[in-house]
Design a protein around this ligand. Sequence first.
Ligand code: GLN
Length: 504
Amino acid sequence: MHTQSVAQLIAGLRERQFSSVEVTRTYLDRIAALDSQYNSFISVDETAAMAAAAQADARIAAGNAAALTGIPIAHKDIFCTDGLRTSCGSRMLDNFVPPYDGTVIQHFKAAGAVLLGKTNMDEFAMGSSNESSFYGPVRNPWDTRLVPGGSSGGSAAAVAALLAPAATGTDTGGSIRQPAAFCGITGLKPTYGRVSRLGMVAFASSLDQAGPMAHSAQDCALLLNAMAGHDPLDSTSSTTSTEDYCQNLGNSLAGLRIGLPREYFGEGLDSATGACIDSALKELEAQGATLVPVSLPHSALTIPTYYIIAPAEASTNLSRFDGVRYGYRCDKPVDLHDLYTRTRQEGFGDEVKRRILVGTYALSAGYYDAYYKKAQQIRRLIKQDFMDCFAQVDVIAGPTTPGPAFALGAKSNDPIAMYLEDVYTLAVNLAGLPGMSVPAGFVDGKPVGLQLIGRHFDEARLLNVAHRLQQATDWHLRRPESATLATGASSNASAKGSATGEQA
Ligand code: GLN
């Protein structure tokens, strides 16, 4: 059962081949038996999950199933869940139990999905390796000595290890696409504003966007159908109408123009990774697409621009964590100043503090024009580069990351090396565009992702291209060896994971 896609599970539930109680039990058992080697979940509420599964079965029996009724979905621990801890990977929110569901969670509940658990993540979604979590690093199911990518690393690892059929993630600068690439799954960051941010802990409000992570483009489309839509309670949510994201999946690629930005294939791209991307592109060409060389001339400025804007927004968003209203509070503060400073000193980890310092500096009166305002101007140029390309092509393609997953600990003491991981993903967020990562082969047994970037609100086309690629290739169907072990055989694998994973 755990090897089935979301689409197959939906069909199997409808045809009464199995019940949601059976499916949900299977995944809960796998999490209990296997997750010690990956650390992909932070919270699992078995009782609530089983109750939701029983309700789903009743709904199916009564003949009024919704789109995802009975399907267990794991959610990144950034989404507020009513009555279930939402930590955002931080000590600051370790004790935070929201009194409401975020809009994404509400949408999944309305679609009948079962909330399987909350997945591990980099603290406040800041990171590219899932090593900054208060709950410890997540390990890559393809090789537990490697990082799964971040910040949605728990969601990516859980799906890759078959501990959940699909999951949600969020992407501020690559956090859906990069872990999807590193874990060999499919992930979609929708257009900014396509999915509500209400009840999603804010990192950088002008960049944050939630999206689906699953094995296939088809499963991502099924999840996006539930997630997308206008939310009157989120002023940045778009009123552009949604569509059925499954309806174009089978369309032919004949006549499709795919732009290949020169800047995404040059120095810095691992050559074996580049070869995988080339062969995936050849497959798209064989299906009738035309490959067109294009240029994104301001690409070199995306990392510095992002690492001014994202920390600036983070520094203001995270000012709410003051020990007064909710979250962590230091022990016995002597006065108000001590309460603020010690709460924040003890509640936040190093990477979060680094971002708050950089962001506060960039926004300070004397430096605002030189840093923040300048970064906003360059952001505009970066967006214009994409608009110019989309006058010539329908989709832009390239690698998701410069290379495959790296070893735990390899970059954790070098923030700049870590930031370079995002070189191909950040610009998509700065421009507000939709982007996907699609499995495109392996380098020494490590998965590699093809990135597809679309025009604003052109998610259906991206999903179509990815689906057609997946009809012709089997990269998205490969599974890590550790995930195919029977649940009873987990103890060896788990010892291996802890022996190799803690050197960070
Ligand atoms: N790795 C990037 C960062 O650390 C992006 C994170 C994200 O998309 N949430 O900011």
